[in-house]
Design a binder for this molecule. Structure first.
Ligand code: GDP
Length: 367
């Protein structure tokens, strides 16, 4: 009846409409909470009852406030990125907000990358991409939050670098930050009841604190939303099919120019100009790939999108594919943000198509 309600755990304003925003509470839980007088948002409820945190997304404006607080803190900053969607993991302008605080980069979803990719090389690659963003990480750790691989080593690194300070964990949504924090919580919960929630002062943002041995804490910050991620354009069902689940098996295509490969109905690759050569595709293993002649590609798409080229299951939900052309001068990855990439050799002209709004870009080859 119009009255403003607040979560007694984190202080966020209760709302029942936006699942991934602070203060979200299902309607049924709201009624129950009002009866018992103990009104928690879903995030805090799950934290209290299951020691599980739920991801929550923020607007850029809220995030700016949060970054400002990080700048003023004396802390180790743990910056979690998704190795599979590196560009979609970037927090724009983070370098301006870290101040003198050291940054430990964490490349998550390590389980998705082929074994043949040497890990020191991958760490170097991440470090170089960070440098391009104006960041100078003191170290780069590779983990899989999902399989719990190397999470122990990460905790050791955190202890080594924090030197008696607090730890702030930052990341955009979908990089797996919640999965990682849940792993950390579960590893630590044996000892004591470790989690508390409070607010970032002066904001309605909640924070989760995992106390460390010396009175300091590990602080989880809400994830910022990165608009150009594929995840924001797909329905839940399509996303399940398109997002890689297991270690990716690269697929090599020998192509002449004027040939096209469709990545289901979600993206398209045109080999515009260059000699016959090999292209390596890194996407979810079960995503259907179709090769056609470039001149037939438009007709092929119109005819087969939604059947042979699925996902998308429902074309109405997907913005139209938009073309981006690139002249390749060194071995590069043509990246479809969140969907994967195609490694292309030097001396070629290629074009990538993705739903309007999804990033398509070229970067130095990872592999
Ligand atoms: P958050 O928004 O950053 O908190 O991300 P979530 O923890 O909710 O994870 C986003 C998606 O990535 C979920 O579908 C997770 O299952 C998946 N995910 C998280 N960590 C990993 C990982 O280490 N490997 C793989 N393959 N998937 C992961």
């Amino acid at each position: 009846d119009g009255e403003t309600l607040y979560c007694i755990g984190c202080g966020a304003q209760i709302q029942t409409t936006e699942k991934d925003k602070p203060g979200y509470t299902p309607k049924s839980a709201l009624e129950k909470g009002l009866q018992t007088g103990e009104l928690y948002c879903q995030r805090c409820f799950r934290l209290r009852h299951y020691n599980e945190i739920v991801p929550v997304g923020l607007t850029d404006d809220d995030f700016l406030k949060l970054l400002t607080q990080i700048r003023d803190a004396d802390a180790l900053i743990v910056y979690v990125v998704d190795i599979f969607d590196f560009n979609g993991s970037i927090i724009p302008g983070l370098h301006r907000f870290v101040g003198d605080n050291p940054i430990l980069m964490v490349g998550n979803k390590e389980d998705l990358l082929p074994r043949s990719l040497k890990r020191p090389k991958l760490r170097d690659w991440i470090r170089q991409r960070a440098n391009e963003q104006g960041l100078r990480p003191i170290d780069v750790a590779l983990v899989s939050a999902k399989t719990n691989h190397s999470v122990d080593q990460l905790l050791q690194k955190i202890d080594k670098y924090r030197e008696g300070r607090d730890v702030y964990i930052v990341g955009v949504t979908n990089v797996g930050k919640s999965t990682l924090i849940n792993q950390i919580i579960h590893q630590r919960t044996g000892e004591q009841n470790v989690i508390t929630t409070s607010r970032f002062p002066g904001t309605t943002l909640d924070r989760i604190e995992i106390p460390l041995d010396d009175g300091h804490s590990l602080v989880d910050t809400p994830g910022i939303i990165h608009e150009s991620q594929m995840a924001h354009f797909l329905t839940g069902k399509d996303l399940k099919i398109a997002a890689p689940q297991k270690q990716i098996k690269p697929k090599v295509f020998q192509l002449n120019d004027q040939q096209t490969i469709f990545l289901a109905g979600l993206a398209r690759f045109d080999y515009v100009r260059g000699p016959r050569t090999g292209f390596t595709v890194y996407v979810e293993n079960t995503l259907p790939l179709h090769r056609t002649k470039l001149e037939n590609a438009d007709t092929f798409y119109d005819k087969h999108v939604g059947d042979l080229l699925t996902p998308p299951a429902d074309l109405d939900q997907l913005p139209p594919l938009t073309r981006h052309e690139f002249k390749i001068t060194e071995k590069s990855d043509l990246v479809f943000e969140g969907l994967g990439w195609i490694t292309v050799p030097a001396g070629t002209v290629v074009a990538g198509y993705a739903p309007k709004g999804v990033g398509v870009l070229v970067r130095k080859a990872m592999i």
